[in-house]
Write a protein that binds this ligand. Structure first.
Ligand code: KG4
Ligand code: ZN
Length: 341
């Protein structure tokens, strides 16, 4: 069975992973998160420089942890988009260099397909058809997946403004919590009351697009509440109440999509799928509706190299032709195919 090296550099995580036949053999990750913290968000030039410096060591560490040699690698998979242009470019150039020097094919991979594919490494092959909820820092989408690498990916709905992770990051900033905001809100919310404040559940009325998302209004509602209570903001209660609004909105829509599309399985992936309340409420509502919930463990929900290797492994086993070495980066590519050719 072929061995795939996966490389991920779309944002602030530098990741490499080795996958063979649906099994993660080893991976490694570096993050430039701390360098961005004082700016309150990812600075593209800083992220790109950090990838350039970290990538050789991260690839080496992943290869060592997998207990393989560079000569054992049969293909290289690399994120070709979407993401920060400067950051994607570093990984893509490195991926081409590894593929060329090892004399193996290169597969350009859609980052969001990686978020979905990583679940295969923990829970086995995906069902023939399922509904997937992708909730990351840059994207929020409800999808119908058939064969993840062979078939076109159908979008039931997307966010019309902020992504769920973006809302976590912005609300954290409002509350004076550190970047990245998602984990900070998750931690802070543990000491808060999720019913303390009833924040809006956006696009959940009967007139609204059932599978559309909008988080910018929710963020504004939190900002307004914080402004009105200046000097006496119960940070834990606000964090817990905001988190509850997101978890409630995501789970209502995802369960409705499974029901309408008769999907026995919901796949929930992306950085926000690491959130403890999003996971528990989704699990509760899926169980009540008789839907099997598949969610990767938290460390594989956020960006990593294993997820890109997982797509490469599926592409190779499906016998799909590789990308060319002339492949360009696609910083804003929408998710319609796992392979970026
Ligand atoms: O998937 P990801 O690592 O990168 C993108 O592809 O965007 O997602 C990053 C996003 C960030 O917005 C981060 O705040 C959020 O995922 N995130 C979380 C948690 N961990 C990461 N949001 C809520 N709760 C968490 N525990
Ligand atoms: Zn991501």
């Amino acid at each position: 069975m072929p061995l795939i090296l996966g490389i991920e550099t779309s944002c602030d995580e530098t990741g490499a992973g080795l996958v063979r036949d649906g099994v993660l053999l080893g991976d490694a990750l570096a993050s430039s998160m701390d360098e961005h913290a004082r700016f309150g968000g990812v600075v593209p030039e800083i992220a790109a420089r950090a990838h350039l410096e970290a990538l050789p060591q991260i690839v080496r560490a992943a290869v060592d942890r997998a207990g393989v040699g560079f000569g054992d690698i049969d293909a290289v998979a690399v994120t070709a988009g979407p993401g920060l242009a400067t950051a994607v470019q570093v990984g893509l150039a490195a991926g081409k260099a590894y593929a060329l020097s090892l004399g193996v094919p290169l597969y350009g991979v859609h980052h969001l397909a990686g978020h979905a594919a990583v679940d295969v490494l923990e829970h086995g092959p995906l069902p023939g058809r399922c509904v997937a909820l992708i909730v990351s820092g840059g994207h929020t989408s409800l999808l119908v997946l058939d064969d993840l690498v062979r078939d076109p990916i159908v979008h039931l709905g997307d966010t019309v403004d902020d992504a769920a992770g973006e809302a976590f990051d912005k609300v954290a900033r409002l509350l004076g919590l550190p970047y990245p905001g998602g984990p900070a809100i998750d931690r802070t919310a543990r000491d808060g009351d999720p019913a303390a404040i009833t924040f809006p559940r956006p696009l959940t009325s009967a007139r609204d697009d059932p599978y559309g998302f909008s988080f910018s209004g929710l963020k504004t509602a939190v900002a307004r509440w914080v402004e009105q209570h200046r000097g006496a903001v119960p940070v834990a209660d606000v964090a817990a109440s905001f988190q509850e609004a997101v978890a409630d909105t995501l789970s209502r829509k995802a369960v409705a999509a499974c029901r309408e599309h008769r999907s026995a399985t919901l796949l929930m992936v992306g950085g926000v799928a690491a959130n403890s309340r999003v996971r528990s409420l989704m699990a509760q509502r899926c169980a009540a509706a008789g839907i099997e919930l598949r969610v990767p463990s938290p460390r594989l929900c956020t960006d990593n190299g294993a997820m890109i290797a997982a797509v490469g492994d599926l592409l190779l086993r499906a016998g799909l032709p590789p990308s060319t070495l002339g492949l360009g980066m696609r910083p804003t590519v929408t998710l319609s195919r796992a392979l970026i050719g």
